[in-house]
Design a protein around this ligand. Structure first.
Ligand SMILES: NC(=O)C1=CN([C@@H]2O[C@H](COP(=O)(O)OP(=O)(O)OC[C@H]3O[C@@H](n4cnc5c(N)ncnc54)[C@H](OP(=O)(O)O)[C@@H]3O)[C@@H](O)[C@H]2O)C=CC1
Ligand SMILES: N=C(CCC(=O)O)C(=O)O
Length: 448
């Protein structure tokens, strides 16, 4: 519920302009509720119209992507890139290829990315992009032709000092490689214009692991500071079985937890003995299979149709690593009733407002995505640093910097929460800490 007149006025305008952009309005509502107290302490923000500028993208391009499939038929998809805010650095954010991609989804992702990138402490603004392309069932050649067609348009708008895309859902090493190749072919320049690149052409060690590892470093630090606790001996439920989920499972297991679930868009597996990650990697990374196969290969494991059931499994810690709004109020209450006391988000906006209300009512340790999943973009920022130096750091060097960044995000979030009267509230603190740095830069740079 918004109470500040300025914030209410700005939100009303956002709702009036884009009443159908549900995901974007959801992301804005949560941030606005957190940052309201800031404006009493910083009257210069309202004077400079910061909030109405912050919530409107600096630029959004929407474009046709036409390509030819293996049958010789012409396919047409819709591509997007939102260049949301460049106050503290060039636009930075992933590309998502999924049939559910709309302008609203891209704007929610880009809006959250502004605060996420700010929290990393690295010079990166907020952006995001993607297309309603579904790569499932497509051949490598079709994925390549789509990526080439997509980048043919996108390359007009990006560059290492302007806008640096990376991966997200269904955009992994294969897609980034094809996108990078097409950019180089059209622009005849070899630069750090994308991150998540292959190690042979400027990629960073630990970038593949970064989001999942960073999620666990964040969760580990929040548990230590807030509860003098750890992953040791905990039962963990993970959703998803892609890039973020796989490496969250890997690191949580290394830190002493037993991870008992993972999922894909068809269903989830439950393994009471702990997920055998080699099997998941073989299924997902080896031959792009379905998670259902796991139960056929591992004794004692169960497969259940429908991915939301993953939140009915008894656990101490939940790490949602699939997609937005995957945990609703009912699933959140089931988690709490089954003893879950920690939810840290690997996916972007995986909890609905009702779910967040359940966490708050039950004093769940809740790590919001813009803070807890910032490890991916943080190491993307470190990839940009290495590209600028024209050298590569070791895995250990990057991983140590990642740990420091995630620990600092917890610390800055808690400091901001305490300063503004919400001690211990990681969501409240992350929104404020991320916003103030960007707002100060926007005031300093004049009205535009
Ligand atoms: N990659 C990165 O650097 C970062 C990613 N994220 C976020 O993490 C989440 C996962 O991304 P990532 O691991 O990279 O993507 P991947 O494509 O590697 O994996 C996505 C996983 O989530 C599942 N999934 C996707 N959409 C849905 C859906 N609508 N319903 C149910 N399950 C779904 C996929 O199942 P299936 O294979 O069946 O589609 C797959 O298991 C996303 O929210 C992304 O925005 C956040 C920070 C960084
Ligand atoms: N998809 C990502 C990673 C973005 C990036 O590495 O630029 C995210 O932070 O949501």
């Amino acid at each position: 519920m918004l109470t500040d007149e300025y914030v209410k006025r700005v939100y009303a305008k956002v709702e009036e302009r884009d009443p159908d952009q549900k995901e974007f309005l959801q992301a804005v509502q949560e941030v606005f509720e957190s940052i309201e107290p800031v404006f009493a302490k910083h009257p210069e923000y309202e004077a400079a119209g910061v909030l109405q500028r912050f919530v409107e993208p600096e630029r959004l391009v929407k474009f046709r992507v036409a390509w030819v499939d293996d049958n010789g038929d012409v396919q047409v998809n819709r591509g997007y890139r939102v260049q949301f805010n460049s106050a503290i650095g060039p636009y930075k954010g992933g590309l998502r290829f999924h049939p559910t991609v709309t302008e609203s989804v891209i704007k929610f992702l880009g809006f959250e990315q502004i605060l996420k990138n700010s929290l990393t402490g690295l010079p990166m603004g907020g952006g995001k992009g993607g297309a309603d392309f579904n790569p499932k069932g497509r051949s490598d050649a079709e994925v390549m032709r789509f990526c080439q067609a997509f980048m043919t348009e996108l390359q007009r708008h990006i560059g290492q000092f302007t806008d640096v895309p990376a991966g997200d859902i269904n955009v992994g090493a294969r897609e980034v490689g094809y996108l990078f190749g097409q950019y180089k072919r059209l622009r005849n320049e070899f630069t750090g214009v994308l991150t998540g690149k292959g190690l042979e052409f400027g990629g960073s060690l630990a970038r593949t692991e970064a989001t999942g590892y960073g999620l666990c470093y964040y969760t580990q630090e929040a548990l230590r500071v807030l509860r003098d606790d750890s992953f040791e001996g905990k039962t963990v439920a993970v959703s998803g079985s892609g890039n973020v989920a796989i490496f969250a499972i890997e690191k949580a297991t290394e830190l002493g937890a037993k991870v008992v679930t993972c999922s894909d868009s068809n269903g989830y597996i439950y393994d009471p003995n702990g997920i055998d990650l080699d099997v998941v990697k073989d299924i997902k990374l080896g031959h792009r299979g379905r998670i259902k196969e796991y139960a056929d290969r591992v004794a004692g494991a169960e497969y259940h149709e429908g991915c939301s059931g993953v939140w009915t499994v008894k656990c101490d810690i939940a790490l949602p690593c699939a997609t937005q709004n995957e945990i609703d109020g009912t699933s959140a209450q089931t988690l709490v009733d089954n003893g879950c006391t920690v939810v840290c988000e690997g996916a972007n906006m995986p909890s609905t407002p009702d779910a967040i209300a359940v966490y708050q009512k039950n004093h769940v340790l809740y790590g919001p995505a813009k803070a807890s999943n910032a490890g991916g973009v943080a190491v993307s920022g470190l990839e940009m640093s290495q590209n600028s130096y024209r050298l590569s750091w070791t895995f250990e060097e990057v991983d140590e910097r990642l740990k420091d960044i995630m620990r600092n995000i917890v610390s800055e979030s808690l400091d901001a929460a305490k300063e503004y009267g919400h001690e211990g509230d990681l969501m409240f603190g992350a929104n404020i800490a991320g916003f103030v740095k960007v707002a100060d830069a926007m005031v300093a740079q004049g009205i535009f």
